[in-house]
Design a protein around this ligand. Sequence first.
Ligand SMILES: *[C@@H]1O[C@H](CO)[C@@H](O)[C@H](O)[C@H]1NC(C)=O
Ligand SMILES: *[C@@H]1O[C@H](CO)[C@@H](O)[C@H](O)[C@H]1NC(C)=O
Ligand SMILES: *[C@@H]1O[C@H](CO)[C@@H](O)[C@H](O)[C@H]1NC(C)=O
Ligand SMILES: *[C@@H]1O[C@H](CO)[C@@H](O)[C@H](O)[C@H]1NC(C)=O
Ligand SMILES: *[C@@H]1O[C@H](CO)[C@@H](O)[C@H](O)[C@H]1NC(C)=O
Ligand SMILES: *[C@@H]1O[C@H](CO)[C@@H](O)[C@H](O)[C@H]1NC(C)=O
Ligand SMILES: *[C@@H]1O[C@H](CO)[C@@H](O)[C@H](O)[C@H]1NC(C)=O
Ligand SMILES: *[C@@H]1O[C@H](CO)[C@@H](O)[C@H](O)[C@H]1NC(C)=O
Ligand SMILES: *[C@@H]1O[C@H](CO)[C@@H](O)[C@H](O)[C@H]1NC(C)=O
Length: 252
Amino acid sequence: MHTLDSSQFPFFSSSFSNLQNQMILQISFHYNKPQLCIITSILFLVTTVLSSNPKFEACSPRSCGTGPPIKYPFWIPYEQEPFCGYPHFEITCMDKNPILRTSNYEFLVKDIYYSNSSFTVADIDVYEDKCPVPLYNYTFDQTPFTYSSENWNLSFFYNCSTEPIDYPTYEVDCAKNATHFSFADFHKEALEHKNYSLNECQFMVTTPLNINEAVNISSLLRMNYTEILKTGFVLNWTAPHCHYCEKSGGRC
Ligand SMILES: *[C@@H]1O[C@H](CO)[C@@H](O)[C@H](O)[C@H]1NC(C)=O
Ligand SMILES: *[C@@H]1O[C@H](CO)[C@@H](O)[C@H](O)[C@H]1NC(C)=O
Ligand SMILES: *[C@@H]1O[C@H](CO)[C@@H](O)[C@H](O)[C@H]1NC(C)=O
Ligand SMILES: *[C@@H]1O[C@H](CO)[C@@H](O)[C@H](O)[C@H]1NC(C)=O
Ligand SMILES: *[C@@H]1O[C@H](CO)[C@@H](O)[C@H](O)[C@H]1NC(C)=O
Ligand SMILES: *[C@@H]1O[C@H](CO)[C@@H](O)[C@H](O)[C@H]1NC(C)=O
Ligand SMILES: *[C@@H]1O[C@H](CO)[C@@H](O)[C@H](O)[C@H]1NC(C)=O
Ligand SMILES: *[C@@H]1O[C@H](CO)[C@@H](O)[C@H](O)[C@H]1NC(C)=O
Ligand SMILES: *[C@@H]1O[C@H](CO)[C@@H](O)[C@H](O)[C@H]1NC(C)=O
């Protein structure tokens, strides 16, 4: 049995509790004291009954089968109600994998850190394309997401007329032809110091990566670019916190 006394937790962010507060406010303007007391008691009963079930259960954490538990501010349509999360945080389950779609990209959600509002994603193209190279710089304008400062940058150079000499890069064989080369590198600046001119390349893209987790430098050097892209990167999110609600045993 979970009952919530919203008056004790002013930040409890359920729309129902707001409604209740509004009603109490309105009632107190229109009724004298004895009536107010009765009506408040009824309201309290109604609140107790309502908050102990459907809304609370509707937002219990779910999973797609693999991956992290999905809860506020994330939510799974048809499994959880829209009030359990925010529109940008909609998770779709595909073959038991949690997928987040932004207007331009589709990401596999690898992990969610609810404690510091961040999560790890990898572009699903990396898993599906034959030549899974990033062809654009991600932008997260008009979303609640920002790059975490934990990420490194991996730069991809495409259709370059020469290859850097004496400099270790990740080969991108699937994006080259008989006369032009493509490669990836973590240190764009170091490459420039080697007098490699990026003008030799048709275009360049930078992708963030979080390789701190579980990957050390020596194993990083042995990986190829697809394996590296699959480690994914970290995004921070901003959404109203619901610590107060959860501490009280509720869910927002
Ligand atoms: C967020 O939390 C996760 C898991 O505890 C941790 O691995 C990660 O480093 C944290 N991120 C930041 C920026 O503190
Ligand atoms: C992301 O969150 C972490 C931990 O909360 C913080 O250290 C870091 O500065 C944040 N990065 C951005 C770009 O907001
Ligand atoms: C990666 O690139 C972004 C955007 O260009 C920049 O803000 C960030 O500082 C870079 N991170 C590192 C670790 O160089
Ligand atoms: C490199 O050039 C070839 C031939 O013009 C083109 O088909 C290919 O898409 C280019 N590669 C990239 C990654 O743009
Ligand atoms: C390779 O790609 C470059 C860049 O698009 C193009 O200029 C060149 O003609 C291509 N070479 C061959 C042999 O197809
Ligand atoms: C790069 O070019 C500059 C100017 O031409 C030269 O002084 C420098 O030694 C070169 N650096 C390397 C690493 O070749
Ligand atoms: C990606 O961003 C870099 C600068 O960080 C820029 O030089 C490059 O042209 C951009 N690539 C594309 C395809 O927009
Ligand atoms: C790096 O990681 C690999 C595999 O994850 C492990 O075998 C190796 O001992 C590690 N090396 C160092 C220096 O930690
Ligand atoms: C990268 O390495 C993985 C695992 O060793 C392998 O399955 C994959 O074919 C490699 N990809 C490329 C592009 O070399």
